[in-house]
Design a protein around this ligand. Sequence first.
Ligand SMILES: CC(C)(COP(=O)(O)OP(=O)(O)OC[C@H]1O[C@@H](n2cnc3c(N)ncnc32)[C@H](O)[C@@H]1OP(=O)(O)O)[C@@H](O)C(=O)NCCC(=O)NCCS
Length: 170
Amino acid sequence: MTSTLRVAPATPERLTPLPSWFSTPEALAQWGGSGLRFPLDTEQIAAMLAETMTEPPRRLAFVGLAGDDTAAHAQLVLDWTDCVARLARFAIAPPFRGSGLARSFLADVFARLDEIGDFPRLELNVYTFNAPAIALYESLGFVREGVRRSSVKVGAARWDTAIYAIIRER
Ligand SMILES: CC(C)(COP(=O)(O)OP(=O)(O)OC[C@H]1O[C@@H](n2cnc3c(N)ncnc32)[C@H](O)[C@@H]1OP(=O)(O)O)[C@@H](O)C(=O)NCCC(=O)NCCS
């Protein structure tokens, strides 16, 4: 298996396998929030990608490629007024998980952010039960700023959302 992924812009073709990564409504919500409809479909993917086409872009969307296979996905939601970027919809494809690919993929995605502007604050939301993601983010230097308790409804359950951020110096 590859040791690093090649970062490239997300396109409809590269995102073809994305719906298959989320086999339950809970898995989809863990990745993309409660606003998505299960199963993920091409219409919802097109709506995400449309936000990368605005001027300036409201989102950047990237894939991590292992050869021709899409092995990772991440987005950066951009607040151009306050120069805050939010990491969103990040996942490693199930067959590639646990291979140590996540950290360098995210570093490469953050480097792409630096190419388009100065975003000193980089933040993210993560559900408090998501131990693998939290361990990863904390290892990258993200600091927990608080928890929005009972902030998301998924089926009959309510989830707590932790807010993390890193203040970056250039
Ligand atoms: C979170 C996710 C991206 C991690 O991907 P991964 O391929 O398992 O990550 P890696 O193998 O590169 O490991 C990187 C780090 O993640 C953390 N990690 C990964 N799996 C873990 C686990 N089962 N338990 C605890 N920490 C874990 C560790 O800090 C690990 O570093 P280490 O190996 O040096 O300890 C992956 O589990 C995923 O795609 N989950 C579903 C989607 C999701 O929840 N996205 C996050 C939304 S906020």
